[in-house]
Ligand binder design. Structure first.
Ligand SMILES: Cc1cc2nc3c(=O)[nH]c(=O)nc-3n(C[C@H](O)[C@H](O)[C@H](O)COP(=O)(O)OP(=O)(O)OC[C@H]3O[C@@H](n4cnc5c(N)ncnc54)[C@H](O)[C@@H]3O)c2cc1C
Length: 462
C-alpha cells in the first residue's frame, strides 16, 4: 500500500498524534541502549489492546515487521527495528487496571514505568519485587519482555516469578489472555513462555502481577575487601550459613575507581572489591543476621565493614552502586555491558579472568555483579571511532562470554539475547534445541513479523 494511505489507516486506528513517520521523529526509535541502529518506517502508540491488535492486523496484511517497545533501555539490541516496519510503542498504556491489596495482585498496563508502579503501591505497604537498576525509566512490558532482574532478585526471584497472567496481542491480531490471578493455571504455561521472549512471540498489553509486603526492617552494610577471593568466599559462606540477603552487590577495583572519580562515595581506591549487602525481614531476626554477616566478613579478612545506622546512611552506601553504570559510560562514546551468569562459587575466579582479558586486549572494563545469583556485568568503554579498538573490544567480548559459559554459566542473566548475544546461542544449545525454539516461534508468528532477527541465531527464516 502507498505510504501516505498506510499512515492514514494507522491514524484512523490510534489518531494522527499517535503515528510518527517523518525521519526526524523516527531517528529516536532507531536505537536502544546498545550501539546497533536501524530505522523504523512508522512508530505507532496504541492506547489499548484493541488498537494494538488492529495495528498488528494491518502489519500482517502489509508484511511489515512489528517491534514491541517500552522505554528502549534494553542492553541487547532488542528494540532495534532490523527490518524497518512498525515500532509498536506501548508507552501510552500506563493504567493500573485493578489493585487487590488483600490478594496481593494488580493488573497493570505494559507501558507503566516500574518505579511509578512502585510509587503507586508503596502507600498500600507493598512493592513489586523486580527492581532493575533502570527502574526509573524502564516499563513493566519491557521488564516482562526481557524477564528483567535486579539487585533484589536473588532473594525474591526475577520477573517471571512475579507475573501470573498476561493480555497479549498475537501476530495475527488476536487478543489472548494467558494465566490469570490464581497461583497456577492448568495447561501449558504460556505466560512463562511469553515472559522473556523479547517481543518475538506476542506484544504484551497488560499483566497480572504479584505484590509483596514491604519488609518490616532493612539492614544495609558495606564491606571492603583486599582480594576478590575473600569477597567471593564471603558471599559463598553467607549462603552456606543459610542467610539469604535481599542484595549482594560486588563492584571491582576498576569500577570503584570510575565511581569515585565521579561521585566521591568514599570507597577506597586500593580495595579489590566492595560488597554491598542488604538484609530485610522482621526487625528481631535482622539484628542476629547482621551480626552473623559481620562475622562472616571478618572470617574472610574483610578490611572494614560498616552497617548503616539510618536511611540517610543507607542511601549513601547505595549511591555508588546506583551511579556505577553512568559513571563508567559517561567517560566514553561507546560502551557495552554483558550480563553473563556463572555459578556463585566461580564468581571470584571469573572476575579475575575478566580482568586478565581486559589487560590482554588493552581495554577498559569495570565489573559489577549481582553476586547472589552469580550475575556479572563487565562494563566496557571504548571509542567507536577507533576501529582497531572496536576490534579489540569485540574479541574481548567474545572471550568473556566463552569464559562464563566454560565456567558452567549462561549468556544472559537478565538483559536478554536480542542481537548482541544471538550468535552465542549455539554455545549453550544444540541445533536440535534451537530447532525446537524456532518451531515455537513459527507457531506464534508464522510470517516471522514479530521482532525479526532477535533472540535466535539467523538461519534464513528468523
Ligand atoms: C543503566 C541501565 C541499567 C539497567 N539495569 C538493569 C538491571 O538491573 N536488570 C535488568 O534486568 N535490566 C537492566 N537494564 C536493561 C533494561 O533496562 C531492562 O531489560 C528493562 O526491562 C527494559 O525495559 P524497557 O521498557 O526499556 O524495554 P525495551 O528496551 O523497550 O524492550 C526490551 C525488550 O522487550 C520487548 N518488549 C518491550 N515491551 C514489550 C511488550 N509490551 N510486549 C512484548 N515485548 C516487549 C522489546 O521488543 C525488547 O525485546 C538496564 C539498562 C540500563 C540502561
Amino acid at each position: 500500500m502507498d505510504k501516505s494511505k498506510l499512515i492514514c489507516e494507522l491514524a484512523g486506528i490510534v489518531g494522527r498524534d499517535s503515528v510518527l513517520s517523518c525521519r526526524r521523529d523516527l531517528l529516536v526509535y532507531e536505537y536502544d541502549a546498545t550501539p546497533d541502529v536501524s530505522m523504523p518506517e512508522y512508530v505507532v502508540f496504541p492506547r489499548d489492546a484493541s488498537e494494538a491488535a488492529a495495528i498488528m492486523s494491518v502489519a500482517r496484511r502489509e508484511g511489515l515487521a512489528v517491534v514491541p517497545r517500552g522505554a528502549g533501555t534494553n542492553l541487547s539490541g532488542g528494540t532495534v527495528p532490523l527490518k524497518g516496519g512498525i515500532v509498536l510503542a506501548l508507552t501510552r498504556m500506563t493504567e493500573v487496571r485493578s489493585l487487590d491489596v488483600e490478594s496481593q495482585r494488580a493488573e497493570v498496563e505494559a507501558g507503566l514505568v516500574n518505579l511509578e508502579f512502585q510509587g503507586f503501591i508503596a502507600p498500600h505497604g507493598h512493592l513489586f519485587a523486580p527492581d532493575p537498576s533502570s527502574q526509573k525509566v524502564s516499563t513493566l512490558g519491557g521488564n516482562v519482555g526481557e524477564n528483567a532482574g535486579g539487585p533484589h532478585c536473588f532473594k525474591y526471584g526475577i520477573t517471571t516469578n512475579h507475573v501470573y497472567g498476561l493480555e497479549a496481542v498475537l501476530s495475527d491480531g488476536q487478543v489472548v489472555h494467558t494465566g490469570g490471578a490464581a497461583e497456577d493455571s492448568p495447561g501449558y504455561d504460556l505466560t512463562g513462555l511469553i515472559v522473556g521472549s523479547e517481543g518475538t512471540l506476542a506484544a504484551v498489553t497488560s499483566m497480572v502481577v504479584r505484590l509483596m509486603r514491604v519488609p518490616e526492617a532493612i539492614k544495609t552494610m558495606l564491606a571492603i575487601f583486599d582480594t576478590l577471593e575473600d569477597c567471593g568466599n564471603a558471599v559463598s559462606d553467607t549462603i552456606a550459613a543459610g542467610i539469604i540477603p535481599a542484595t549482594l552487590e560486588i563492584m571491582d577495583r576498576p569500577l570503584i575507581a570510575e565511581v569515585e572519580s565521579s561521585t566521591h562515595t568514599g570507597y577506597p581506591l586500593d580495595a579489590e572489591a566492595v560488597l554491598l549487602i542488604e538484609l530485610d525481614g522482621m526487625k528481631e531476626e535482622l539484628e542476629g543476621q547482621s551480626q552473623r554477616m559481620v562475622e562472616i566478613c571478618r572470617r574472610n579478612h574483610v578490611r572494614t565493614v560498616h552497617v548503616a545506622q539510618d536511611d540517610a546512611e543507607r542511601d549513601e552506601l547505595w549511591r555508588g552502586r546506583r551511579v556505577a553504570y553512568s559513571a563508567m559510560v559517561k567517560l566514553a562514546m561507546g560502551s557495552t555491558v554483558h550480563d553473563t551468569t556463572v555459578p556463585r562459587t566461580k564468581l571470584a575466579e571469573t572476575l579475575r579472568q575478566v580482568r586478565d582479558i581486559a589487560d590482554h586486549y588493552r581495554i577498559r572494563v569495570g565489573t559489577a555483579a549481582h553476586a547472589g545469583d552469580g550475575n556479572l556485568h563487565p562494563l566496557v568503554v571504548y571509542d567507536p571511532r577507533d576501529l582497531e579498538e572496536v576490534e579489540r573490544v569485540h574479541s574481548a567480548d567474545k572471550e568473556i562470554v566463552r569464559l562464563c559459559v566454560a565456567m558452567g554459566g549462561t549468556l544472559s542473566g537478565e538483559h536478554g539475547v536480542g542481537i548482541e548475544k544471538r550468535d552465542y546461542m549455539p554455545l549453550l544449545f544444540t541445533e536440535d534445541e534451537l530447532a525446537h525454539m524456532r518451531e515455537i516461534k513459527r507457531i506464534f508468528d508464522p510470517e516471522g513479523l514479530l521482532n525479526p532477527g532477535k533472540l535466535l541465531p539467523l538461519d534464513g527464516t528468523t
